[in-house]
Design a protein around this ligand. Structure first.
Ligand code: ADP
Ligand code: NI
Length: 213
């Protein structure tokens, strides 16, 4: 991929994500790219596919965009830029299958590159950045940050997960603390360790400050 082509894709993505809340903006993409680069150094895989999927993955995020429409737009953009058909197909499959909510889908796609992109994205949901992103998203949705009367729950499908309006602290128990065990690659697992520990320490301190209920 030439520098110019990469630049054009980056500009296009920045434009698309301009209105997204702070946890899903262009800086999220930069952090995920850095994570992906570290994982790829050890785990190898097709960097061209990994990079394109990282850059484009949140343009089709169902929290902000219509998935079908966005995937068509992405496909068209990559075709216009004369990216090879098999690369386009792989990138689109990764984007369609990387979300946490895809665990409830019947059809599952697997590839080495998907595993790397998914780990890189999930690492950005953990640790200090993960805490910041969770409260940013919760605030964006107008949610309480904590309510002792509403307990964390488990979800049976993507729709229930997406439409839940439980407080942001519950999201740690419903998703963020589960991610360490769901890492796909050995490198991702190692990178997840101290981010996981940080979230546990953060929650301990949070409840200490909250005081008796
Ligand atoms: P994915 O990007 O894998 O589809 P999600 O959509 O569940 O995963 O979440 C992406 C990020 O958005 C989370 O890591 C978190 O930062 C934020 N987020 C999503 N849902 C919530 C929620 N209910 N409360 C707080 N933050 C959330
Ligand atoms: Ni993402």
């Amino acid at each position: 991929m030439t520098e110019n082509l990469l630049f054009e894709i980056e500009e296009w993505v920045q434009d698309k994500l301009a209105e997204c809340e702070a946890g899903h903006d262009w800086w999220h993409i930069i952090r995920v790219r850095n994570n992906a680069q570290k994982i790829h150094e050890h785990e190898k895989g097709d960097w061209h596919v990994i990079l394109l999927a990282v850059l484009l993955h949140d343009v089709a995020d169902t929290k902000f965009f219509d998935e079908f429409e966005s995937l068509m737009l992405i496909e068209q953009k990559l075709l216009d830029l004369q990216i090879e058909r098999h690369v386009i197909d792989h990138v689109i499959l990764i984007i369609q299958n990387m979300s946490f909510s895809k665990q409830w889908s019947e059809e599952q796609f697997e590839s080495h590159e998907l595993k790397i992109v998914q780990d890189a994205d999930r690492l950005d949901a953990m640790g200090a950045i993960g805490v910041a992103r969770a409260f940013s998203y919760g605030g964006h949705k107008g949610r309480d940050f904590y309510n002792p009367d509403i307990k964390p729950q488990s979800y049976d499908d993507a729709e229930a997960y997406r439409s839940s309006d439980s407080p942001t602290i519950n999201h740690f128990y419903e998703k963020l603390l589960l991610l360490k065990e769901q890492m796909n690659t050995e490198t991702g697992r190692l990178m997840a360790e101290d981010r996981h520990r940080f979230m546990e320490d953060y929650l301990k301190q949070f409840f200490k400050e909250w005081g008796p209920e």
